[in-house]
Design a protein around this ligand. Structure first.
Ligand SMILES: [Cu+2]
Length: 265
């Protein structure tokens, strides 16, 4: 009887981890595909993207001009020509950064841009993918892209805080062109109407001279950022109310491209 119990126990011990591992792998694998698929760290990877593939410079159908700008009221924009394309069209995007900050131009699905935005905020990842170009202030560059599939895509800057400042544009390919502009309009309204939510956090460092404060915080819903520890800007008046170890509830917003603590309670 003792032996039988022992055997059963061993059988269970072996069975359980195998089952658990199987479930974990499946879930994790799927998640990885969703959030890391857009990395396209190799050209092969990029060729399989929903939005299309790097284009052939000798087969460019049209040129689209894009200007990266920062406005006086704190917005950042990708200005320029309408981005409505035919399926299969190869476009030369000529991009000029007229702002004072570094910006990037990424072509991808909205889902992948959203996933990447979170990764960028967490790790400040540097990217070098064919669907992406990073431009210093005053610099210009090109992305040549062939749009392979019908659908609603997005051109965006995923540098933390920039997307939230308005740095994204709808890219409509094929029959979905009309739908795309309608969806984007609806998204804008949603963002504008969202109530400002206070986030809980703990101040871990105050740099009064630099106008910076490090906060270990919960999810920032208005910025679509997960819980993490990061540096925010704060003006003199705000800094004077903050001290190391303090538990706070705060609101952070992009101000001139920098995430800034704007409200506190
Ligand atoms: Cu930007």
């Amino acid at each position: 009887m003792k032996n039988l119990l022992l055997t059963t126990a061993i059988a269970l011990t072996f069975a359980m981890p195998t089952f658990a591992a199987g479930t974990h792998d499946g879930g994790h694998g799927a998640e990885k595909t969703a959030s890391h698929g857009a990395d396209g760290h190799s050209d092969n990877h990029a060729e399989m993207m929903m939005i299309g593939m790097p284009g052939d410079a000798s087969k460019v159908d049209r040129t689209i001009n894009v200007t990266m700008v920062e406005t006086d009221d704190g917005k950042m924009l990708l200005e320029g020509d309408e981005m409505t394309f035919e399926t299969g069209e190869t476009i030369r995007f000529v991009i000029e950064n007229k702002g004072e900050l570094e910006h990037e131009f990424v072509l991808d699905t909205m889902e992948r841009n959203a996933a990447h935005k979170i990764e960028m905020a967490k790790m400040m990842m540097e990217h070098d993918d064919p669907n992406r170009i990073t431009l210093d202030a005053g610099a210009s560059g090109e992305v040549i892209w062939t749009f392979a599939n019908d659908g609603t895509f997005e051109a965006a800057c995923l540098i933390p805080g920039h997307y939230e400042s308005g740095m994204y544009r709808a890219v409509a390919v094929g029959e979905h062109a009309m739908k795309a502009s309608m969806t984007m309009a609806a998204t804008d309204v949603q963002v504008a109407q969202a109530d400002v939510e206070y986030t809980k956090g703990k101040v871990t460092k105050v740099d009064a001279k630099g106008g910076k404060v490090t906060i270990d915080h919960g999810p920032l819903l208005n910025l679509d950022m997960p819980a993490m520890k990061m540096v925010f800007r704060a003006d003199e008046a705000m800094i004077s109310k903050l001290s190391e170890g303090q538990e706070i509830e705060f609101v952070a917003e992009p101000v001139k491209g920098r995430l800034t603590v704007t409200q506190l309670k």
